[in-house]
Every structure is written in structure tokens, then in C-alpha cells.
Design a protein around this ligand. Structure first.
Ligand SMILES: C[S@@+](CC[C@H](N)C(=O)[O-])C[C@H]1O[C@@H](n2cnc3c(N)ncnc32)[C@H](O)[C@@H]1O
Length: 269
């Protein structure tokens, strides 16, 4: 019979997420003393998160790898032989998923990553350390992938300040920079997948996507925590006919009514 753990150990996080495991008990990290409450909550959540365990058992470097795997299982983006760029690639979970599904190292398939932080090497993958908003670094990435790519991925997130509107604006600026790069390198019918914290400011960027891709939709894989404002935006069928005009995109965004529809629409799924 399962017994309630003794003491005052929390069974739910601040978000209301239950920390109980399969046995009904909550697992607690052994060394809690001296840690800040926020760090204690993070450790407890990690220890009880089934996706952390799954990522570990599959040999992924990050839990984030499961998010890309789940998005790709559903939308079938990655195919053998593709050239892919991964912006904000450290510690390399997404690189592992792409390397496997695009068979990097075989034939023409290419994979290039960049991050502010060091990423451990991965066979046949070219990885740069640097800021992707720096044009010099972007030239290096573009050259390494051979000038064009079938897909551009971005899981970039700015360091959080704790002030939600500021964090949202910073991450949206990264989304805009990633989209700008994607529109320079994507082949016809290419795709762009990016982290996107929903909060309003991203509307003008979404509007640019709608004008340059056949379909734009929000995707929220199971491994992305329900309580998190994190989501991903997936744009497929690149044609590039809408150009890059942020001002008119802002006007479009002002006019925008909750967009829907499969073709050229923006459909939350
Ligand atoms: C959520 S992590 C990426 C996890 C990765 N997808 C994985 O599966 O392992 C976000 C990364 O974005 C990187 N990043 C943030 N701003 C960046 C920038 N301007 N240029 C390059 N990388 C950046 C951060 O250093 C961080 O490693």
C-alpha cells in the first residue's frame, strides 16, 4: 500500500503540477538543504518529470529533444538527405534528432548548429559558438550549410529576467532574427520551426510568415509543459513572395482577427 510521504514535502509545484510518480509517491532530491526554494522546486520537478526520464533513457542530451521528435512525428518535416540549420543548438538534443532522421553523414545531408554556449561535438555536424544575431556568425553558418537549407530550426530563448513582458519581447526579437535568416536560405517549399512565447508582440512576425509560407500554425508538443507560455510556430511551404516589410506587417497584425485555416492561415493546433 502506498503511504503518504512524511514531513512537509510538497506534492504539487507552484503551477499545480503533481509531483507524484507511478507509485503515487513524490520523489524528492536528496540534497535540498542550502538550496533556494526555486532551485528546490526545479530539482523536484526534474526528478518527477516523465519526459526527463524518457530523454535520458533514449540517450538524448536534453529533454527538448523530445519536443522536436514529437513535432516531427506529427508533421513529418525531417527526411534523409536534407540540409538543416539549428539556431540555439546547445546542448544538442535537437541536433541528435535531426542527425538521426536526416541521416547526417550519408550523401548530401548537412546539419549546422550555432549557440552562444559550447555544444559537445556530434559526428558530421558543424557547430559554431557565437551569437546568431551577429552577421559575421550568420555568414559562417550560411557558408557551412552551402548557402541553402531545407529547414531552419530555432529553439533559442533569451535569458529570463522574471519580468514576463520583457522576456517575451526578447524571445520575439530572436524569433524575428531567426525568421530573417530562414528567409535568406530556405529552398522553395522549405520549413521554419521556432520557439515562440505567446504574448502579443509576435503578431507582426507571424504576419510576415503568413505572407511568405503556405501554412503557419502554432504547435505545442506534449513535452512542452502545459503551464508554460512556450509554444512553437511552424511555417511550411516557403515561397518567399511576401517579402520582408515589418511596417506593413504591423498594419496587417493590427487588422488581424483570430486567424484560422489550413492554407495561408494561422491555425492553432
Ligand atoms: C532551450 S536551449 C536549446 C536546447 C536545444 N534545442 C536542445 O535540444 O538541446 C536555448 C539555447 O538558445 C541559445 N541562444 C540564445 N540566444 C542566442 C543567440 N543570440 N545566438 C545563439 N544562441 C542563442 C542559448 O544559449 C541556449 O543554449
Amino acid at each position: 500500500m502506498n503511504r503518504k510521504p512524511k514531513g512537509r514535502s510538497p506534492t504539487r509545484g507552484s503551477s499545480g503540477r503533481s509531483y507524484r510518480n507511478d507509485t503515487g509517491l513524490t520523489r524528492q532530491p536528496k540534497k535540498m538543504r542550502g538550496r533556494k526554494p526555486s532551485s528546490q522546486r526545479w530539482l523536484t520537478r526534474q526528478l518527477n518529470d516523465p519526459f526527463v526520464a524518457e530523454a535520458k533513457s533514449k540517450g538524448f542530451r536534453s529533454r527538448a529533444a523530445l519536443k522536436l521528435a514529437q513535432i516531427d512525428d506529427r508533421h513529418k518535416l525531417l527526411r534523409p538527405g536534407m540540409s538543416i540549420v539549428d539556431l540555439g543548438c546547445a546542448p544538442g538534443g535537437w541536433l541528435q534528432v535531426v542527425a538521426d532522421r536526416c541521416r547526417i553523414g550519408i550523401g548530401d545531408a548537412k546539419l549546422v548548429g550555432i549557440d552562444l554556449l559550447e555544444t559537445d561535438i556530434l559526428a558530421d555536424v558543424e557547430i559554431f559558438v557565437g551569437d546568431m544575431t551577429n552577421p559575421v556568425m550568420l555568414d559562417k553558418v550560411r557558408n557551412a550549410v552551402g548557402g541553402t537549407a531545407h529547414g531552419v530550426l530555432s529553439d533559442m530563448a533569451a535569458d529570463t529576467t522574471g519580468h514576463r513582458p520583457t522576456d517575451h519581447l526578447r524571445t520575439t526579437a530572436l524569433l524575428e532574427a531567426a525568421l530573417h535568416f530562414a528567409m535568406e536560405v530556405l529552398v522553395d517549399d522549405g520549413f521554419f520551426l521556432s520557439k515562440c512565447f505567446r504574448g502579443g508582440a509576435e503578431q507582426s512576425v507571424l504576419s510576415i510568415m503568413q505572407r511568405n509560407f503556405t501554412t503557419v500554425r502554432h504547435v505545442k508538443p506534449a513535452a512542452s509543459r502545459k503551464e508554460s507560455v512556450e509554444s512553437y510556430v511552424l511555417a511550411t511551404g516557403f515561397h518567399g513572395q511576401g517579402g520582408w516589410d515589418v511596417d506593413s506587417a504591423d498594419e496587417d497584425a493590427d487588422d488581424q482577427q483570430s486567424p484560422t485555416g489550413e492554407n495561408g492561415g494561422y491555425s492553432p493546433i
